[in-house]
Design a protein around this ligand. Structure first.
Ligand code: GDP
Length: 301
């Protein structure tokens, strides 16, 4: 089930409540069951879906106390709909403010994530985003594992008219990251994005490399780039990166595709980290700012 289907199903469940003449606990249970089923089909983690159910129940409990006159039904509908909306917002809102790059300061942003998730594309999109807002922006390619990684950065950065740094000969990603960041800091760049490797012979080596690059460049913000279509795997993947890279923001890519999206939602809860942007296509401007409330409003149509 793609994300728009989730929206449609949630919307259908919420509107069915409007057509019900009497709102009692049985109606509430049926509605919550429908909402949970829709979330599960979208790959939202089972625990999160059942927590949402409990929280909504807890919030609306009071409306069923003290008899059930008909006059109260309309109000009950509103209370239930609001509680469900608020809990859906809470699913994608860990309540933590992400880092905001400051003008006149060398903001170092380190991007981490498994290969294929869209990291390199997203690094260029981010550079374009900040460049458009007046930040002198640059990209450092610290992926020495994948052949062609630097070429990809070079091509997309050139297309985007963004400064870039990398090496065809240096094999130590930590050295490249440190050199690139030092160079761009010296040249008064305000946004310095460090693109890292997404694959290694051993997964543990990849995580060790993230730790080393992190201590070399001391990022102001580390961003996990997560493919919306990876489903339930998102939770374990994001936890593993959280331990090594301690990212403070998530960018979910490929939201334009057939992604269910629920996995990414579970990653937010598992790591208590906010989503800051959504990747919505292959073009350099296909990057949308993410805010929990408008996202849920739009999802519900
Ligand atoms: P990396 O291995 O994580 O650096 O991933 P890449 O940046 O090379 O991206 C892998 C593929 O995903 C490329 O074909 C990108 O064009 C594509 N891609 C990245 N972001 C998006 C997105 O938001 N939407 C779509 N449709 N494709 C994307």
């Amino acid at each position: 089930m793609v994300l728009s289907d989730l929206g449609r199903k949630l919307n259908a469940a919420l509107s069915s409540l409007n057509r019900t003449p009497v709102v009692d606990e049985k109606v509430l249970d049926a509605l919550l069951k429908e909402v949970c089923a829709a979330l599960l089909e979208s790959d939202v983690n089972v625990k999160l879906a059942s927590q949402l159910r409990q929280k909504v129940r807890g919030k609306v409990k009071a409306i069923f106390e003290g008899g059930g006159e008909k006059a109260r039904d309309a109000n009950r509908k509103n209370v239930i709909q609001k509680a469900i909306f608020d809990e859906l917002v809470n699913l994608v809102d860990p309540g933590i403010e992400p880092y905001k790059p400051k003008k006149g300061y060398p903001n170092v942003i380190m991007a981490v994530g498994l290969q294929g998730n869209g990291k390199t594309t997203t690094c260029t999109k981010l550079a374009v985003h900040y460049q458009k807002r007046g930040f002198k922006s640059s990209i450092v390619c610290a992926d020495t594992f994948r052949a062609g990684a630097f070429d990809q950065t070079r091509q997309s950065a050139t297309k985007a008219k963004v400064a870039y740094f990398g090496s065809y000969t240096e094999t130590d990603p930590v050295a490249i990251a440190a050199q690139g960041v030092a160079k761009f800091k010296k040249e008064k760049f305000e946004v310095i994005i460090v693109d890292t490797s997404g694959r290694h012979k051993q997964e543990s080596e990849l995580f060790e490399e993230m730790v080393q690059i992190g201590s070399a460049v001391k990022p102001d913000m580390t961003v996990l780039v997560l493919d919306a279509s990876i489903g339930q795997a998102a939770e374990a993947q994001s936890r593993a990166f959280k331990e090594s890279a301690d990212f403070g923001a998530i960018i979910v890519t490929k939201m334009d595709g057939h992604a269910k999206g629920g996995g990414a939602i579970s990653a937010v809860a598992a790591t208590k980290t906010p989503i800051i942007f959504l990747g919505t296509g292959e073009h350099l401007t296909d990057l949308d700012r993410f805010s929990p409330q408008p996202f849920i409003s739009k999802l519900l149509g």
